[in-house]
Design a protein around this ligand. Structure first.
Ligand code: ADP
Length: 162
């Protein structure tokens, strides 16, 4: 049984994340999409909201389940008995950060590998932060996020402004 975790903030999940996950289902038997319970980042959505949006988005993808985790992703991988951490690589700008993170994880546990998957080109410049901004300004992003995510962003920003 080849198990991997795909950790991230997912604030919110986009079709870029889903693209990486779908590719990963060809390589692994069991994938845990791991939603970080972050306190250091100012997220738009709470951990529970991010978790629910991920669950809704991946419900038709077999072999994938969603969990929340606290603390280090590498510890969560150990807890899940996963041998691999999946990360997505977009433009060059991701590379240095992702390299640092994977080397740090390698120091913490040399038995767990990080693998990087490239998204299809239409998702190369897609990020959660851009999605939050564009939807917030009234833009339509239906090729990049599911309807439930678009609705959730609009509702969240309306509540913030009231
Ligand atoms: P984090 O805060 O851990 O970077 P994110 O939710 O932003 O969490 O991203 C999780 C992972 O998914 C990261 O490896 C990131 O590079 C990758 N990712 C995010 N958006 C895309 C995308 N459009 N295409 C490919 N990978 C992506």
């Amino acid at each position: 049984m080849k198990r991997a975790i795909y950790p991230g903030t997912f604030d919110p999940i986009t079709y870029g994340h889903l693209n990486i996950l779908t590719k990963a289902t060809d390589l692994f038997d069991d994938i845990v999409l791991a939603v970080a319970n972050v306190t250091s980042k100012n997220t738009l959505f709470t951990t529970d909201e991010r978790y629910e949006l991920c669950k809704n988005t991946i419900q038709h993808v077999s072999k994938v389940r969603v969990e929340k985790f606290d603390g280090l992703a590498i510890r969560f991988a150990e807890e899940m008995e996963a041998k691999t951490i999946i990360r997505g690589l977009r433009a060059v700008s991701d590379f240095e950060y992702e390299l640092q993170l994977s080397l740090m994880n390698k120091n913490l546990n040399p038995n767990i590998e990080t693998i990087f998957l490239l998204p299809d080109s239409m998702y190369l410049y897609l990020s959660s932060s851009m999605v939050r901004q564009i939807v917030g300004l009234g833009g339509n992003l239906k090729s990049y996020i599911p309807f439930c995510v678009e609705e959730a962003i609009i509702e969240k920003l309306q509540n913030k402004n009231n």
